[in-house]
Design a protein around this ligand. Structure first.
Ligand SMILES: Cc1ncc(COP(=O)(O)O)c(C=O)c1O
Length: 339
């Protein structure tokens, strides 16, 4: 294993030894190539630079107590990249190429997979871009698929604690029939100003509302939203929301633990009725939210304790992490071992 101060790793980029790349050209994908360079050389007229032909993914691998490396639900990420690529008219890597590239990038950098007891993990970033010269607005003829990895520290340095959020009343993240449901760069650029202003005001994140009526909860920063009451896990359903693999896993676990699961519209007024709430995604699994401020009305919605995550959120968080690290049986077949 590399000589890294694992416990002081941030959730950020650390250089590793290799990345893997594959080019799509003349109507077909080439061989998977291994590179030790962090740089890409692409044509200045590439569609990814001008017209946003770009999609990415984010997933993690974990080292277990048994020393094995488990990567979490990578086939789901492969399928989501296909859905993203189709919507912005890119050629997607087939599932088999995607999973082979992910496994290879992990294996080549296995010394960077943090030790079991560090609370850290290996973040994997698959990236697909349209390349080659193109002037008019049209899909690229060539594509580059890259998978790189970086060890990342635990998302919560201070432990699993609730954060404060604000309702976003000014900016929209995604249009009703736009690209909110896919993982393309433009969605993130559209959300940056909102997050920046939330941080400036002392909030950890902003909660987006549906952009048509401004009545319903949409995304929770770069994560899905969920609320819990009466032993029921409730998460918004809308075409503007990215289908989170973490949320899907939490819904499965919630049912398994005896909760009722509802996917439906969540009106803003319902927030005050939740006993627990949070955002969920690969980076943090769950970010509990205990205060949601609506700056337009001055209303402050208090959900649960400001100091500790609620009992269901804690149970769901611990259970999912236990599966990811190989401490609990993988009952749903979510992990693949990287040999
Ligand atoms: C906008 C957005 N929503 C939700 C999620 C959570 O998705 P996942 O659980 O697959 O990481 C992410 C993170 O990938 C995201 O960027």
């Amino acid at each position: 294993m590399k000589n890294i101060e694992w416990s002081s790793l941030e959730f950020g980029y650390t250089r590793t030894d290799y990345n893997v790349r594959c080019h799509y050209k003349d109507g077909k994908w080439g061989e998977l190539e291994v590179s030790d360079s962090e740089m890409l050389t692409i044509h200045m007229s590439s569609t990814c630079l001008h017209y946003g032909q770009e999609a990415f993914e984010g997933l993690k691998a974990f080292r277990g107590k048994d020393g094995k490396i488990r990567v979490f639900r990578r086939v789901e990420n492969a399928k989501r990249m296909i859905s993203s690529a189709n919507h912005v008219m890119m050629i997607a890597p087939p599932v088999e190429l995607f999973t082979r590239a992910v496994d290879k990038a992990i294996k080549l950098n296995e010394e960077y997979v943090p030790p079991y007891d560090s609370g850290a993990s290996l973040y994997i970033r698959p990236l697909l871009i349209g390349v080659g010269p193109r002037m008019g607005v049209a899909p690229a003829k060539e594509y580059l698929f890259v998978v790189f990895v970086s060890p990342v520290g635990p998302y919560f340095k201070a432990g699993f604690k609730p954060v404060k959020a604000m309702l976003e009343r000014v900016y929209d993240r995604a249009a009703p029939n736009g690209t909110g449901h896919i993982k393309v760069g433009g969605n993130y650029a559209a959300g940056m100003l909102s997050t920046h202003e939330a941080h400036e005001r002392g909030y950890a994140l902003s909660i987006f509302l549906d952009s048509k009526e401004k009545k319903y909860i949409d995304e929770c920063g770069p994560a899905n939203f969920f609320g819990i009451k009466n032993n029921t896990y409730i998460t918004p359903s809308a075409r503007t929301i990215l289908p989170s693999i973490t949320n899907d896993s939490l819904m499965t676990l919630a049912r398994h633990l005896g909760m009722t699961v509802e996917r439906r519209k969540i009106p803003v007024e319902e927030l005050a009725t939740f006993e627990e709430a949070g955002g969920c995604g690969t980076a943090a699994v769950i970010s509990p939210v205990s205060i949601i401020d609506d700056l337009s009305t001055g209303q402050s919605i208090i959900i649960g304790s400001p100091d500790t995550a609620g009992p269901w959120s804690t149970r769901l968080y611990n259970q999912l992490r236990a599966i990811q690290y190989g401490d609990a049986p993988d009952e749903f077949g979510w992990n693949s071992i990287v040999e």
